[in-house]
Structure formats: structure tokens, C-alpha cells
Design a protein around this ligand. Structure first.
Ligand code: SF4
Ligand code: SF4
Ligand code: SF4
Length: 208
């Protein structure tokens, strides 16, 4: 099997949640690293033991335990937005690798549950902590993985062709952080307004 074909087969065996827990920006870069850089095959928590067995067979390597530094294997989850507390900042939309969140600036946001991969990447950017993970599909199927890959690829194409944005999911999340600070620093009035909104949102959340 040539290198390209092996990368494709390994990518096809990965869950496509695009969660970055393996340490790579998405599933395909991890597949490429396994083939091209001899990266370990035990770095994908969503794939769990079954995923490691599949990768071991494809790469003709021994089966290994999941690397605990990457996380633990859990049942699938999906994100849920507490719409009452959402301030419509859009940071979660920017972080989502598969376009599973809809909303507009200053409007409440909603997760499209049939698109969500449970990657968790929307949690950290949310300034009011109104996103939680709840139980998702009973099992993560090949159909769901293929669908997630398609959604991820469509998003990547859009970001690179129309906006020239970074293709890195991790970079997107980090890039979103300074935007909030930059907005808050732009003027004292604006800073006070944003701080006030966040404080009220947090207060509402704590009291609910
Ligand atoms: S599912 Fe997550 S941990 Fe597994 S290969 Fe894809 S991005 Fe990496
Ligand atoms: S909604 Fe959140 S958990 Fe679901 S795919 Fe998007 S970023 Fe990941
Ligand atoms: S990051 Fe949080 S507050 Fe901002 S739009 Fe998303 S859910 Fe709403």
C-alpha cells in the first residue's frame, strides 16, 4: 500500500470528531503524522481500544493502551447551549470545527445536535460558561464519522477560500481569546459595557 493510500485508510479509521485531543489540529493531520512521522497509534481517546486495534492492524504495530495524556475514552456527548444565558458573542461558532452551532451576533445560539461531534472545542471560548456537554448518540458510527468529515472539510474550504482564516482548530480557539480582550481594551466605555454584560450573565447563571 502506498503512503497516500495508507493515510486515507488510517483517516477512515479515525472517529472524525476533530477534537484535537491527539495533539493534532484534526483527524487527518494525526493520520498523516502516524504514517509520515511514526507518531504513536494510541493518541485518540474518542476511538478508544477499538480504534487503536484498527490502527494497529493497518500499521502492523502492536496494540497499545490509550495514552492517558490524551484523555480517556467516554461515551459520545453533544454540546447543549443554555440559551437563556447566551450573550450571542459568536465565539463558539468560530471554534466549532463542523459548523454545528447556529446563531448571530448578540442573538442566542443553538447546537445542531445531529451535527455535533462532542469535540468540546466550544466550551473554553464561551465567556459565560453557558455550554455543557450532555449524552449524545449511543454509539459513534461510521456514518456519523463520514458526515463529520464532510462538515469539517466544507468548513475548512470555506475558511481558506473565502476568508483566508487559519486552518488550525486550536489556533482558531486561541485566536478568538484575544478578540474579546481587544474589544474590551478598545475604549473604557466599551470595556465597561462588556464587563457589565459578562458580570450580569455570570450572575444569572450562578443564581439559576
Ligand atoms: S477524533 Fe480527536 S483525538 Fe481522534 S484523531 Fe480525530 S482529532 Fe485526534
Ligand atoms: S457544538 Fe461544540 S462540541 Fe459540538 S462539534 Fe461544535 S464545537 Fe464540538
Ligand atoms: S460562546 Fe457562549 S455566550 Fe457566546 S454565543 Fe456561544 S454559547 Fe453564546
Amino acid at each position: 500500500m502506498n503512503t497516500h493510500a495508507l493515510i486515507q485508510k488510517i483517516d477512515a479509521a479515525l472517529p472524525q470528531t476533530q477534537c484535537t485531543r491527539c495533539g493534532y489540529d484534526a483527524c487527518l493531520p494525526y493520520a498523516q503524522a502516524i504514517v509520515l512521522d511514526n507518531e504513536a497509534i494510541n493518541r485518540c481517546p474518542p476511538g478508544g481500544d477499538a480504534g487503536i486495534q484498527a490502527l494497529a492492524a493497518l500499521t502492523q504495530q502492536p496494540i497499545r493502551a490509550l495514552d492517558p495524556e490524551c484523555g480517556t475514552h467516554t461515551l459520545p456527548t453533544i454540546a447543549f447551549i443554555d440559551e437563556e444565558h447566551c450573550i450571542g458573542c459568536t465565539l463558539c461558532i468560530q471554534a466549532c470545527p463542523v459548523d454545528a452551532i447556529v446563531g448571530a451576533n448578540k442573538k442566542m445560539h443553538t447546537v445542531l445536535s445531529d451535527r455535533c461531534t462532542g469535540c468540546d472545542l466550544c466550551l473554553e471560548p464561551c465567556p459565560v460558561d453557558c455550554i455543557t456537554m450532555v449524552p449524545g448518540p449511543t454509539e459513534w458510527t461510521i456514518h456519523l464519522a463520514n458526515q463529520a468529515r464532510d462538515h469539517y472539510n466544507l468548513r475548512q474550504e470555506r475558511l481558506s477560500e473565502r476568508h483566508g482564516e487559519s486552518l488550525s482548530a486550536a489556533a482558531r480557539v486561541l485566536a478568538n481569546k484575544p478578540k474579546v480582550s481587544a474589544q474590551a481594551d478598545s475604549s473604557s466605555h466599551r470595556s465597561a459595557t462588556i464587563a457589565d454584560v459578562l458580570a450580569k450573565a455570570r450572575a444569572r447563571r450562578q443564581s439559576s
